[in-house]
Design a binder for this molecule. Structure first.
Ligand SMILES: [Zn+2]
Length: 177
């Protein structure tokens, strides 16, 4: 069963974990998925093959939120996930402070990822009025990144992709394309 100790850091941590898991779910093999869970304080080694499959399915559904064309479209998709969760409740367990849950006690990994991500994404939209996740604009990259934040909206998953894409566009202009 997942633990939720890292919820103490708030919605941002859960949104970042959601993005990392969406990306890891696209990697071949299970190692990336397990490693990301470990990085976020979960026990990735405890996952069964079924758990991994359930996480992959949930991650694929959550990817649609990042791929949404508009904020309104992203919100509609988040609401669908919120509606599929349990009644929200406050919980303090395993030494954690009070935090919100919309997953059932003892939920398996798929429903846990869906419910905890939907809650965190909803809080983030309410706080920032921006789409919480986006897909990298660089050609050949489909990584999801956390888009909500201060300053100008980002378009790339990383500085590497931003630099590579700018260089490619510069070369294309230079060739008169
Ligand atoms: Zn990228």
């Amino acid at each position: 069963m997942p633990n939720v100790a890292d919820f103490t850091a708030g919605a941002v941590t859960a949104v970042r974990r959601c993005a990392d898991l969406i990306n890891a779910a696209r990697e071949p093999g299970d190692d990336a998925l397990r490693a990301v869970l470990d990085e976020h304080g979960e026990d990735g080694g405890a996952l069964s093959t079924d758990d991994v499959a359930a996480l992959r399915t949930a991650a694929g559904e959550l990817r649609a939120i990042a791929e949404a064309a508009t904020l309104e479209d992203a919100v509609a998709r988040i609401n669908e996930h919120l509606g599929a969760g349990e009644r929200p409740r406050l919980s303090a367990h395993d030494g954690s402070p009070w935090h919100l849950h919309t997953d059932a006690p003892g939920a398996s990994w798929g429903p846990w990822l869906r419910a905890s991500s939907a809650m965190a994404l909803a809080i983030t939209v309410a706080e920032t009025q921006r789409r919480p996740l986006d897909v990298c604009a660089a050609s050949g990259c489909d990584r999801v990144f956390v888009a909500a934040g201060r300053g100008r909206p980002r378009r790339y998953c990383s500085e590497t992709c931003a630099t590579r894409d700018r260089a490619a566009k510069f070369r294309a202009r230079h060739r008169g394309e």
